[in-house]
Design a protein around this ligand. Structure first.
Ligand code: DAH
Length: 346
């Protein structure tokens, strides 16, 4: 009886093969476990006659050794293959897989910085369409029909004539002022960043598209002093304390009085360099008190309300901040240029 069982199980053990640790463990429990087959057979062995014990004892020991040897051999194979994959995962001599972290575009960095500074003064952010009609881009802003002031900005027209006048790519973000004022009543305190288009030959100093940030503040009793103080604060925040400002009288159809604001050159600190053409000053924006005609065009009582507006080119601000001398770099998407700003402002 016992001999039959041993013969049967010997065949099973000899035939058994696996590379799976779980299957091997099952094998171990079945044959070598504390309640396993070998234990059972040894228990039964105790009851056989002394004669049988002599012959069967040897067979039984060999059977047990066979099971143990099988287990060990398979276990070794499994362990060595799993330690091989573990070692491969931890091979510290392999070269690392490099990957590049992207960088924000310098214009996006500067736009965000400008917005953050004005946020502190309570300015929100508004946007408008890049394809505009004549009313929002020109007429509402007090550009008279056929007035040479329209030539100040070389316009890309999309459609001549039409219900709302010519349709064009907006030449400035001042159009968003009009949309904002038409849509509500004061107080208005907003920044309007966006892309604008002008029909200009592309060079280091001009491009057919660029970016502006418009600012508008309309409420009761807003004065030129508010305008000056707001822009002075902005410049101290952006270029550092001690940056000087000066206002030069200028002309824009939509503001009266109008001014252009210069700052002491942030690069040479006023000593004179290439960027400021040796003058120590650089112009950074146009501004003024919103012309009462513009307020009225947008349905706002110009006797009750007054306001100031300003507009600046983001590229110009970025040029000064990062000393970039060629406007074309901003739109060429050369990663060697763009990745320099990775650590500028995150
Ligand atoms: N729109 C003007 C431009 O593109 C910039 C500007 C000047 C905007 C004066 C203003 C302003 O709001 O008051 O050249």
């Amino acid at each position: 009886m016992l001999q039959d069982q041993i013969t049967k199980y010997t065949a099973e053990i000899n035939a058994f093969d696996t590379t799976n640790a779980g299957e091997l463990e099952q094998f171990r429990i079945r044959f070598l476990g504390t309640k396993g087959i070998i234990k059972d057979i040894f228990d039964e062995f105790k009851a056989v006659s002394p004669e049988e014990k002599r012959t069967l004892g040897k067979v039984l020991n060999e059977f047990k050794q066979l099971a143990e040897a099988k287990y060990q051999a398979l276990n070794e194979v499994i362990e060595s293959s799993s330690s091989q994959t573990e070692n491969a995962a931890l091979d510290l001599t392999l070269p690392g897989e490099g990957f590049e972290i992207g960088a924000r575009h310098p214009l996006a960095l500067v736009r965000r910085e400008i917005i953050e500074i004005f946020n502190k003064l309570g300015f929100s952010v508004a946007e408008g369409p890049e394809i505009e009609d004549d009313w929002h881009n020109f007429s509402a802003l007090n550009f008279p029909e056929e007035h040479p002031a329209r030539d100040m900005q070389d316009t890309f027209f999309i459609k001549k004539g039409g219900e709302k006048g010519d349709i064009a790519l907006r030449t400035h973000t001042s159009s968003v002022q009009v949309r904002m004022m038409e849509a509500g009543q004061p107080p208005f305190r907003a920044l309007m960043p966006g892309r604008v288009y002008r029909n200009e030959a592309i060079s280091a100093r001009a491009h057919c598209f660029f970016h502006q940030v418009e600012g508008l503040y309309v409420d009761e009793n807003v004065s030129f002093a508010d305008l000056k103080q707001t822009l002075f604060y902005f410049v101290q925040e952006l270029y550092g304390e001690g940056t000087k400002v000066r206002f030069r009288p200028s002309y824009f159809p939509f503001t009266e009085p109008s001014a252009e604001m210069d700052i002491s050159c942030s690069i040479c600190k006023g000593d004179g360099c290439q960027m400021c053409k040796q003058s120590g000053w650089v112009e950074i924006l146009g501004c003024g008190m919103v012309d009462p005609n513009v307020l009225e065009n947008c349905g706002i009582d110009s006797k009750k309300y007054s306001g100031f507006a300003f507009g600046m080119g983001i590229e110009r601000i970025a040029n000064l901040k990062f000393e970039i001398k060629d406007l074309r770099l901003f739109s060429e998407n050369d990663v060697r240029f763009l990745k320099q700003y990775k650590t500028a402002i995150i």
